[in-house]
Design a binder for this molecule. Structure first.
Ligand code: MG
Length: 252
């Protein structure tokens, strides 16, 4: 069952999203060669707690971090640790915030200093795929319209959608129904209705679509070692169209 939110509840999720956006802005200023992912994690946790909010990932199924930090060929779910960012890396940072019982979830892949033209193109395409998906978040459209818009944007550029990792409904729980695949057929799947809130999150490999698990049981890597990117928004369907509740694009 897809839980629809009232306009008041969507506003509460937007309050969680506002904290998340300010956290992401703070992190963006810290992303540079030499900083470790555990330093980024500590800064994020401090900031989120300073806002009377909770880091949604911390302790989720035993996850030890407040953020996921996934460099280069790591796609998602990286555990923060001693890894030091290097010039030319790309680093995906995923943040979850719980404010007054409501969850917001968003991710950005940052370049660390100047990056290769392939890396730049990967980030541009994945971000554009997210925006293309968001644009379909209108009452009367179907979930497949969101998925298809993401898929076609990525595949038109010769890059690969990862099919085994998907977006999700979000609300009081971080993972609610429905699953939101980043590939699909237009007009298929559940009809989108006012009050549905989805975490839309294209995960893209510059190379082939396959992924493998890391030894820590969390991290996911591109199987061929190619660079990966992940951009995510929490988005509500409203009568006026899509409402992005984690508008990091306004500040980054
Ligand atoms: Mg998510």
């Amino acid at each position: 069952m897809i839980i629809r939110k009232t306009p008041e509840q969507v506003d509460q999720m937007a309050a969680a999203g506002d904290i998340l956006v300010r956290c992401m802005k703070m992190l963006s200023a810290k992303v540079r060669p030499g900083i470790t992912t555990e330093e980024l994690d500590a800064a994020a946790e401090r900031f989120i707690r300073s806002q009377d909010a909770l880091p949604a990932f911390k302790g989720y199924r035993g996850f030890p971090g407040s953020i996921c930090s996934s460099p280069n060929s790591m796609v998602v779910h990286g555990i923060p640790g001693p890894y030091e960012l290097r010039r030319g890396d790309v680093i995906s940072i995923d943040v979850g915030v719980i404010k007054d019982g409501w969850v917001a979830d968003a991710a950005v892949t940052f370049p660390v200093g100047p990056v290769s033209s392939e890396a730049k193109r990967l980030l541009t395409v994945t971000r554009e795929a997210l925006f293309a998906g968001v644009e379909q978040m209108r009452p009367g459209n179907h979930l497949g319209d969101v998925s298809h818009a993401i898929q076609t944007t990525v595949e038109a550029e010769g890059m690969s959608i990862i099919r085994t990792l998907v977006g999700h409904g979000v609300g009081r729980d971080m993972h609610e129904e429905p699953q939101v695949p980043n590939f699909g057929e237009p007009g298929k799947g559940p009809e989108l209705e006012e009050g549905m809130v989805l975490a839309i999150e294209p995960m893209v490999n510059a190379g082939g679509p396959l992924v493998r698990m890391g030894d820590d049981g969390w991290s996911v890597y591109s199987e061929d070692g190619s660079l990966a990117a992940h951009f995510e928004f929490t988005v509500a369907v409203t009568p006026d169209g899509p409402r992005v509740l984690t508008p990091w694009h306004d500040v980054l």
